[in-house]
Design a protein around this ligand. Structure first.
Ligand code: UT7
Length: 323
């Protein structure tokens, strides 16, 4: 059976770190409130002129280096982002160019915080269909550019960063012991638009707009949807929560992550958490967390990973991957 296996990961964070205390100088908040409600201690913010494509390119270079591949080897560049450099062309084509890739095809995937799971599933399906052999899947965001820095309910949560991985076609046995993406599950429900959206866009306001969120309502949906979608991945494969070596969740809120971990009865030591250092980097958060756990030696070849995310739309999804 043709599977898509991860052969390299990479990530990049802008140099500038912003602490909770710095935010307390801008809006009426405190380090204590931010840590207690979200688990966030600090976040990275892109420099002036540093674009989503710059972050994504750096992460992709590291993933390609880890996979031992050069620009001529890649036939698909997929970028999950809700903060593209420009309305068009796709940031994926800009990154493709910055990487010196001239073959294959490239496009953006827009599913906000679930974007990376959507992009991973999309690349997996192109590979399984035999249309692509080696895909670069990137999550890259500069959410600092769409934050209302006077809105304390949102500006303390989101941040900038990028993560990437290389997916390569491999002939496997067709069992749960295979390396690669074993299953993926995507969902959307557009009825919840008003709970998490950006109040601008080329067709509506001809402005970029700012992120608006009813955090408490999003929180409730996130807990339920994520519990359902991780259950769905296990049911589809017949695997149990005990089989999971690492839960690599979207990093929106430590309390949501803990809730999903409890639901799966997972040892908290088996849950990769980066929200404390990165904040919510939207589509970049899952590949950033994965790369951190690969590079510090926690995630090793053969480990079973459960990835999940939930975001604006609403969108949500999961993937079970044997690394
Ligand atoms: O990645 C996409 C998906 N997004 C998410 O998953 C985010 C989901 N939501 C959350 O993570 C949480 O709902 C938040 C972290 C956004 C908020 O935590 P909460 O426990 O739901 O707090 P809350 O919204 O119920 O607000 C509690 C209080 C309110 O005051 P009152 O109405 O109780 O007097 C807020 O006005 O905290 C106030 N508040 C703040 N206080 C200090 C809201 N933001 C702040 C702030 N600093 N930054």
């Amino acid at each position: 059976m043709r599977r898509s296996i991860i052969t390299g990961t990479g990530s990049y964070l802008p140099k500038r770190i912003m602490t909770n205390d710095e935010l307390a100088d801008i809006v009426d908040t405190s380090d204590e409130w931010i840590q207690a409600r979200s688990g966030i201690k600090q976040r990275h913010i892109a420099a002036d002129g540093e674009l989503t494509s710059d972050l994504g390119t750096q992460a992709a270079l590291k993933a390609m280096e880890a996979a031992g591949l050069g620009p001529d080897d890649i036939d698909l560049v997929l970028v999950a982002t809700a903060t593209p450099d420009e309305t068009f062309p796709a940031t994926a084509t800009t990154i493709q160019h910055k990487l010196g890739i001239t073959g294959g095809f490239a496009f953006d995937v827009q599913a906000v915080c679930t974007g990376f799971i959507y992009a991973l599933a999309t690349a997996d399906n192109f590979i399984k269909a035999g249309q692509v052999n080696r895909a670069l899947v990137i999550g890259a965001e500069t959410f600092s550019r769409i934050l209302d820095w006077e809105d304390r309910t949102t500006c303390v949560l989101f941040a900038d960063g990028a993560g990437a991985l290389v997916l390569e076609a491999s002939e496997e046995e067709g069992t749960n012991q295979d390396r690669g993406i074993l299953t993926s599950h995507l969902h959307a429900d557009g009825r919840h638009h008003d709970l998490l959206y950006v109040d601008g866009g080329p067709s509506s306001s001809q402005t970029t707009g700012y992120l608006r969120m009813e955090g408490r309502e999003v929180f409730k949906h996130a807990v339920t949807n994520l519990a359902n979608v991780v259950g769905e991945a296990l049911d589809a494969t017949g695997l149990n929560a005990d089989d999971i070596d690492w839960l690599i969740p979207h990093q929106a809120n430590k309390r949501i992550i803990d809730g999903t971990g409890r639901k799966l009865k997972m040892d908290p030591a088996k849950v990769v958490v980066t929200v404390d250092k990165h904040g919510n980097t939207s589509a970049a958060s899952v590949p950033l967390a994965l790369d951190e756990a690969v590079r510090d030696g926690r995630v090793t070849k053969g480990d079973l990973l459960l990835l999940e995310a939930m975001g604006g739309g609403f969108t949500w999804g999961s993937a079970l991957v044997r690394f």
